[in-house]
Design a protein around this ligand. Sequence first.
Ligand code: PEP
Ligand code: CO
Length: 449
Amino acid sequence: MTIAQKEWTKSSWHHYPALQQPNWPDPEEYRAALGTLCQLPPLVFAGEIRKLKKMLAKAAVGEAFLLQGGDCAEDFSHCTAPGIRESLKVILQMAIILTYAGGKPVIKVGRIAGQYAKPRSADTEMVNGIEIPSYRGDMVNSPEPTLAARRPDPQRMVKGYYLAAATMNILRAFTRGGYAALHRVHAWNNEFVKRSPMGQSYERLAKHISQAIDFMRVIGLDTDTPQINQADFYTSHEALLLGYEEAMTRQDSTAGGWYDCSAHMLWIGDRTRQVDGAHVEFFRGVLNPLGMKVGPSYDIDDIKRILDRLNPENEPGRMTLITRFGAKKIAQYLPPLLQAISRAGHQVVWSCDPMHGNTYTAASGHKTRNFDEIMEEIRCFFEIHWAEGTNPGGVHFELTGEDVTECTGGGRNILDHHLQENYLTNCDPRLNAEQSLELAFQIAELIRS
Ligand code: PEP
Ligand code: CO
């Protein structure tokens, strides 16, 4: 019997090797935490998940554009109203730039409300001569470099659930309760960005939008509609901790299928996408839209087998392939992948993660990425898709609304020696609000052409 014919249950992944799982020191504690999670309400609903999948089906054929972004790793201590609002604002701003200047509906998906678990290249690290477990995200352990802080604690999954719920709650209030209304487009501009050239370009665009809405009102068109007063905003995270994802998986009471209700969209990381691995087994049975990261180590036949397994009906909107090759390697790795997947007839959304293939260590010792290389990978992504006749359907960023100095370059030309000024990330370096807007303006031009 092939795997595809074997029965799927939300626990069938236990029979397959699961990479990147923490070594939970106490199995009893682990089981108890999962037992608690199983009883708690879902964070998102099947109807919302289906709506996102329909939108992604449009991105697959070039009728919409996916904007996915947020922290590399969300930090428990940053679950505050201002923190969440700033992340939301920058994504709303980027989306409005892409919609208005790019001329396509934009699907807004945050790396938010659950992006708490990280894959790592090594299980342990040496700190002052002592070997301690690696930091694996706030849902597993704490970043402080001590043995006690790094001990995986399953109660952190429960805490992560509650913080994801709190984040979700305020996101729903912001996006449904008027904050994301288009006539507030000026209010999304940050004080520290406003005076920059990017902030000013944004102000000009916001003015055009306000004028268009005023005009509609003057001629008697109804502007009191959800299209104007609300935003559809979806959540996503790397679905790494399969115990947690299983506990959040519920059967839809109306249509009967299984949904992972920890987020609307889940993605499988570049390190855990083994065709016979536990992650692929788990995700073949849930109906959420799925992302999968694809880096330079891919094997084409493997990717095809995974797509067959995860999307046997070739449903559009089900799969988003998020390529992350780096500016220097994309020309070598993307074209053969596009050709093979198109030839095999798979319908996917192609998205570009220009962050993870462009990481380097600055002279100051900080892990960073350069604005121009990020933009270069995106430009190549569009050009290669145009040349191959496929659709550049989206982008995937690590970003924050805060005024951080984690990536170099951009309008303010952050240099290596500036990185220490406000380097806050626990994991990978993020674009700040100004750099994010600048990218959005440049991407809008590519979408339009
Ligand atoms: C990430 O998105 O933070 C990540 C770890 O990516 P990848 O799986 O592409 O390395
Ligand atoms: Co990252």
